[in-house]
Design a protein around this ligand. Sequence first.
Ligand code: ZN
Length: 179
Amino acid sequence: MAIREVLKMGNPVLRQESAIVSKEEILSDEFQQLLTDMSDTMEEQDGIGIAAPQIGVLKQVALVGIPSDNDRYPDAPEFDLLVVINPKIEVLDSALQGNWEGCLSVPGLRGFVERPSKIKVTFLDQEANEQIIEADDFIATVFQHEIDHLFGKLYIDRVTDTTKISFIDEFEHFITKDE
Ligand code: ZN
């Protein structure tokens, strides 16, 4: 178990594109250790997703998982931890939905981001098997947020109305979550 440092916005590593991971590499001990470190770090920070670039590793792998007792997003549905490698997104419904997003690399803030409401993600799992998942509502946003990290994007880039950026304390005091 190793908790890794999470890089913060401003660190240029977060702005780089990550590399595709080969099936052989996925099955290596070193890569499996990376997955454990990502999971440990996400859990320690009470996150619901983490991407490898956030711990300084420029490989196309992200974790998504929402425990039932999550404190940062108490309204979010429970979602079993999923390892997503080399993901490709196909938009199934381009109608936009908005959510107040946060990020372990942008601590203390929330911002309102609109994204397609239904997507299909094709990816490899931790055993290098191809998987396809359809996601909608909040989970679709979580997938898109994490996959953005693999291409050097942060949610802040996608906030179109900068009056909808808030510190978390003020967010909890002044802003309705389903606005
Ligand atoms: Zn993030």
